[in-house]
Design a protein around this ligand. Structure first.
Ligand code: NAI
Length: 247
């Protein structure tokens, strides 16, 4: 499953799932754009990790909710590697509160990054992916987008919004031979779940047929498949990677 010479942009990839995806793609020979919002040092570490495996990577700053900054990241990608073949919309945030306590600002903030970021990045790289041979758009959603989750009305709404967007772009891209898919991870061991109390995590794990949280590698391996040429007949899908939570 070689990614040799394919240029992949992964948003929010200085840590967590994004970093795992970046390393998996870099290891397979991709040119990787590590996008970060403010953690430059972590982004440089991710670049070093890929270069130490013999891959090519650059760090590109952009808050995905800013169209100007995303446009700049697009220019940086073009100057270094040329047009992108693969865009992974991975950057995401939570701002959890039971709905009656949730402010409009918390709602808007989650929409701005999770959906607004997907809009800005997809718009900026749309022509690249359309024109690429085997262009790929991969959106990182969540099991929460399917099932909902107590205290996450904003996040669940944003994550399920990604499904309709992905299916629509899949139809548009199909005419050019490119694909668009969603990956919907279950609870994954990253900083995002670090703040979840142990007893809540235990309860979550007890409801997972495979009896464990996902590791970053579980998600990255599926994204690597979707990013490769081997997935060329898969489009408009939501691929669950959740240990059987729907069973
Ligand atoms: P994380 O919090 O460890 O990493 C998210 C990354 O996105 C960070 O590097 C952060 O700096 C970056 N980011 C946030 N806002 C940004 C912005 N405005 N512009 C650019 N970058 C920004 O989270 P994790 O766990 O790695 O999550 C990655 C994706 O996977 C997210 O979309 C998340 O919603 C999704 N996901 C995570 C699950 C989990 O259990 N960890 C489960 C299901 C989905």
């Amino acid at each position: 499953m070689s990614m040799d010479g394919r240029t992949c942009v992964i948003t929010g990839s200085a840590r967590g799932i994004g970093r795992g995806i970046a390393e998996h793609l870099g290891e397979e020979g991709a040119n990787v754009v590590i996008n970060y919002r403010s953690s430059e040092a972590a982004a440089r570490e991710a670049v070093d990790a890929i270069e130490s495996m013999g891959g090519r990577a650059i760090a590109a700053q952009a808050d995905v909710s800013s169209d100007d900054e995303v446009e700049h990241m697009h220019d940086v990608c073009h100057e270094t590697f040329g047009p992108a073949d693969v865009l992974v919309n991975n950057a995401g945030i939570t701002a959890d509160k039971q709905f009656t306590e949730m402010t409009r600002e918390e709602w808007d903030r989650v929409m701005d990054v999770n959906l607004g970021g997907m809009f800005n990045c997809t718009q900026a790289f749309y022509d690249d992916i359309w024109n690429a041979e085997n262009g790929r758009l991969i959106n990182i959603s969540s099991v929460v987008g399917k099932q909902g989750n107590f205290g996450q009305a904003n996040y669940a709404t944003a994550k399920s919004g990604m499904f309709g967007f992905t299916r629509t772009i899949a139809l548009e891209f199909a005419q050019g031979g490119s694909t668009a898919n969603c990956v919907a991870p279950g609870f994954t061991r990253t900083d995002m779940v670090e703040s979840v109390p142990d007893e809540v995590l235990d309860r979550i794990v007890s409801g997972i047929p495979l009896e464990r949280l996902a590791e970053v590698e579980d998600i990255a391996a599926v994204v690597r498949f979707l990013a490769s040429e081997e997935s060329s007949y898969v489009t408009g899908e939501v691929i669950d990677v959740n240990g059987g939570m729907d069973l």
